[in-house]
Design a protein around this ligand. Sequence first.
Ligand SMILES: [Zn+2]
Length: 1003
Amino acid sequence: MGKAESFDFSDMAKYNSDAELTPGNGKKGCFISVLVGILLFFLVVCLVIGVGLLVYFAGKDKNCSGASAGSESSSVAELIDKCKDLIDNGESSVCDTCRRTTTTIPSSTQSPAAILQNVRLPRAVLPELYTVELQPNMYDGPPEMFTFNGTVRIRVKCHQTTNNITVHINKLNLTEKIRVTGVDPSDGIHYKNHEIDTRRQFLIIYTNSPLLPGHYYDLDLSFIGPLKDDLHGLYLSSYKRNNQNVYAATTQFQATDLRKAFPCFDEPAIKAKFDITLVRKNHMTSLSNMPKISSESRGNGWIADRFNTTPPVSTYLLAFIICDFQYKEDMTANDVRYRAWARPEAVNQTEYALSVGTKILTYFENYFGIPFPLPKQDMIALPDFAAGAMENWGLITYRETAMLYDPQESSESNKQRVAVVVSHELAHQWFGNLVSPSWWDDLWLNEGFASFVEYMGVDHVHPDWKMFDQIVVEDVQDVFNFDGLVTSHPVYVPVAHPDQINEIFDRISYGKGASIIRMMRFFLGEETFREGLKKYLQNLAYKAAFHDDLWFALGNQSALENKGLNVKEIMDTWTLQMNYPVVMVTVMADGSIQITQKRYLRDYGAVDPLKFVSPFNYHWEIPFTYTTKSNINFNVTDADIHWMHKTDTETISANVQGSDWILGNVMQYGYYRVTYSDDNWNKLINQLDEDHKVFHPINRAQIINDAWNLAMSEDISMTIALKTVNYLDKEKEFIPWKASLRELGYVDSMLERTALYGPFSHFMKKKVSGIFNSSSLSSSNMTHLESFVNTLIAAEACKYGIQSCIDEASRLFHLWMAKPTENPIRSSVRLTVYCSAIKNGDIKEWDFAYKMYQESNVAAEKSRLMIALSCSKEVWVLSRYLQYTKISSEIRKQDATNVIVYISGNAVGRSLAWDFVRSNWDYLLKEYGESSFAFPRLISGVSSSFNTEFEIKQLEDFLKSHPDMGSGTRAFQQAIEKTKSNIRWMDTNYDIVKQWLADQNFL
Ligand SMILES: [Zn+2]
């Protein structure tokens, strides 16, 4: 899936978020049985992964006592029995290993024996071909009553003798008698009866005599389901035309929602072919993964469209759409038909996405050495969409802001977001669609790869955008922040239940996945990386893979080229344990270099409530690089690597001059932080002050990011961190500014309600004044990255009260109000101008912006107006805006939780938003509690600036009184950990910051 929507105030293409892994909670009063569920689900996953891993984990887990596999001879069955006994005997302290896979399964009424059953489908019969017909009914009556009906015939092959066929089903009603028929007429097989296991979402169909290995059978089912605007499964989307509602039916099946559209074997590794027929009214169009091959009339204006048979595909990658949209089309260089669809009113905004899409598709074909396997590629922009985009094979669905681009109305960052998301989804056509994960625990293989390869695709089309520099601030440093918590989790996560699966669509799977793949490409070298990937994709095409398959492909390639890197041994240290190391670099008296690693934590005193045990005792295989003042080299390659193995300390023979600075982790290729003696930190800072351009912009950003976060963890003094941003008034590049503003934005949020905020604002004003002038709001003719810097700086200038910025923003906004049809504001600074004018204006400005929000036909413009509306200083205006989030005709459901977070980002709105979340908790939980992105982000968003004991008590009290947090439990634990570390930051650093501001005459 493409990432969730941005809520970055600086209008940059920051699509990432604090979306986080969030195991839910059991229902009240069933603590023991929830644990049983957890424990057994974990065991079941282990069965699949392999007994070895289970024994390994259990053996590591000291609290697992009676249930532990004490010796390798314990069978999994014995282990399960032991665990069951423990729980039957009322033992509440079951394995920590098991506890960390907390799940939301409401199991209070289930006996342990029932829960013991596998959530995974049996493999006795497997599907070969599905013949599906679906008919959405959305043309008459109130939308609450809309439904869809359909039929499916699944041709299965029997692999083991069995008396049942078990498939997934969810929220469907079966309408006609189930039929099971042997394809060979001599197979006298018939349906006997069936049962539905709602907890596991299973439909189990029993037969009157056994199904036999090697024989084929047809299973026929008819069903009806609700067509709702719930953004999952086959769902209803709507938009307004001439004040009339226009409806469309569309789909989102990842991860486990195809079973809401028709009964199926809904697991990624169970691939099959699909013959799809969609039945529509004659004024509509239908789309699916494959090209349409025929249409026939069904009478009364109904048309049945039949699509060509798919190749073997995972269930979550199917897509069906019925709408009245239009398209633009082009052919790729390799003759793939490529169409871009949108509402008729917005179809002109598809041209940019079409142009980058066709180029990137061909680029990936060449890079991976495998032609795109389908005859066509469609992309479609939908008015209602939960994630950013979804990579359905041959029919990619997008949120409008992620695909539509209007050269007049959209900004450079909107343009980059479109390019990045298009590239990400096209990367999935190989990573995920052609080669799919064996199970969702390797989701990161899909998302990490797509999140890395997206940079390659965009870099191919726009080399001047320096995408490989941007990855450092957008992914590496961004996920560092989150992955420095003890409530983080490893990239590779055992998951079973659909709720757990949804929880791992988070920054770790995307951002850390991308960052460690970038590191791997560096240590393997580009050619080894590419050749290894090609072989991996070729060998596993149309199949499913486990992460070891990738390590072996790359390791074999490395061996072929006589580099001999043990890729699995290296990468296991980055994927099977959470967090990351900080490397202490010391120049010894003889000029040699000593490096020491330890686990970095934002707060070394924090306690992991889930007690994860690292299989490597938090040691990593680290590709260390360095450069020094006398021997400057920012063009490092794999030949420059000094491997630090899973040891505490190593020495590198060298001859570093005593007066030189040394800088580790060149280009920040490695997923680790670096620290030094105070003396060396000061040498680096002096270099920044004297001539910062000696360092590559990536390492300028790295020095700042490392220093501030090492000060956060109290590894170094805050004084050092503060000194790293002194040179900023000379900085002209985007990457270091972006890194600095992340840290200074944090200080801002901590000081916002304190006496130091005034002096801090003066400091910020001074730093920004060096580069801002009032013409910044109207100047044009900038490169892409110059425009990014300009946008960042303008936002800070208006925010910190540079009068010329405020005046110019107000002047431009009033010009627009006077003539609403002609917006005179340059798209890249519109958010800043709107926000400043609304903040410093009154209700007329707000009402005007709201009217423009409702009327705009451009998603990017709507999105920035939606953010700017949260900038008001009026409490009653913000309260009314919060109420709008509950009315979908005012704020679309896909945007509602973002609006609450935007309001919480305003000092005036912070407590309003938190009060709103608490008083509307039941409503929010019901509407968003099952979502992969929205709910955890809501919690982390509204609490991100909490830094008082009072706030932590509120969080803890709320958690106590609301044990059922849906997909928000983990986010709540993280909110508590972050608030504690914010309090600690204030206690440790408030006086240091005060003294520092005083020293520079800001106090
Ligand atoms: Zn994705």
